[in-house]
Design a protein around this ligand. Sequence first.
Ligand SMILES: [Zn+2]
Length: 155
Amino acid sequence: MREHIFSHRSIAALEGVHPDLVRVITLGLQHSPIDFMITEGVRSRERQIQLYEQGFSLVHSGGTHEIQPDGYGHAVDVMAVGDLNGDRTCDHRDTLLTWDKANYGAIAFAVKRAAIELKVHIRWGGDFKRIFDGPHFEQCGEVMEDDLSYGWQSG
Ligand SMILES: [Zn+2]
C-alpha cells in the first residue's frame, strides 16, 4: 500500500496548531485507507466571523480553530483526496466523492485510532450533535483513561 504523506500545503496549514493534534493527524494519515490533505488549521477571528456570517460555521467567534490561551489552534479541517473511487486513477470522477460522508467516517476511524495510541483526547466533527462536520477534528481537555475507552466507534 502506498504511504500517504502530507504535502507542503498541508504542512503549512498545520502551522500554529497544537503539537499533540499535529501528531494525531499525522499518525492518522498513516492509518487512513483514504488520503487526505489539511485545508485549514489556525483561523483568525476575522475569518471565523466571516464564515459565521456566510453560514459556514455555527460559531461566531472563539471556536477551536482560533488561537487558544496556550498559544495554539486546537482544530484542523481535512479534505479527502486521491483515488476515492478505487479505480487506480486520480481524475475528475474522484472529485465527485470529495465530500462523501463515508470517506470521512473512514478517515475519522483512523484519526481516532491514532488519538488513542498517542493518548490525546480529540473530538470529530462527525460526532457533533447539531451538525455533521466530517472534515473537522479538534483537540479538547485532559485525557482521561475513561475517554479513551468510551465512545470511540467509527462514525
Ligand atoms: Zn473545522
